[in-house]
Design a protein around this ligand. Sequence first.
Ligand code: NAP
Length: 211
Amino acid sequence: MTTAIIGTGGIGSAIARLLGSGGETLRLSSADHESARTLAARIGPAAVVAVDNRDALQGAEAVVLALRFGVLKGVINEIAGPLTDKLVVVPSNPVGIDAQGNLIRLLPEGQSSGEVVAGWLPAGARLAMTFGTMSADLLESSSNRSPEPAVLFYVTDDDRAGEEVERLIRTAGFEPVKAGGIEQSGRLEVGGDLHDLVVGPAKARSLIDGA
Ligand SMILES: NC(=O)c1ccc[n+]([C@@H]2O[C@H](COP(=O)([O-])OP(=O)(O)OC[C@H]3O[C@@H](n4cnc5c(N)ncnc54)[C@H](OP(=O)(O)O)[C@@H]3O)[C@@H](O)[C@H]2O)c1
């Protein structure tokens, strides 16, 4: 299967390496193409560099928007047509860096990235929020854990998106666990109780059930 990854920085490159290792075909796109080219060269024949963001979606069943929150809306508008009828995976947390280098929240407390992104997507796009619950380093070091796989939480309002994103999560070397609909996205994002957790399936399900 083919997945487009738009944004090949910290988290996009980690997701691409994991999916590529798991056998997924990848179409990569970044702002100036350089990071996408470097990443594709490292992954090998499974990854190609797209001409631009729209081209990345050609022949892809799913797209990962591995972008900072501030650029997400512009890129969604740019690729809105081809997004219809695709799985859209978003790992973005609603945070940025201020002039002093401090991490700042870009949305009011209580409003999640997932809920805002859902409102930006065209009808027919199937949103799943995942792959943003842990740092890129932790994501890579926790994949294909043995004997007990590590869990990646996801949220979606769409059953088909749930099946599709579970396949991607397994391809990346994790056990998928649904934490609810998009209204639960804040639990996965920075400041949420399921953020930055590396747990096995039983613990993950007890955390969901105990909520
Ligand atoms: N890094 C992590 O450990 C981590 C973990 C969990 C969640 N997240 C979340 O993931 C999101 C991305 O974080 P990041 O650390 O990966 O950011 P990053 O390292 O700055 O990477 C952002 C990527 O977006 C690309 N980009 C920017 N504008 C673009 C455009 N118009 N079209 C196509 N690509 C564009 C950049 O291209 P260039 O390479 O050409 O500059 C870069 O590859 C954030 O919301 C963050 O909260 C990050």
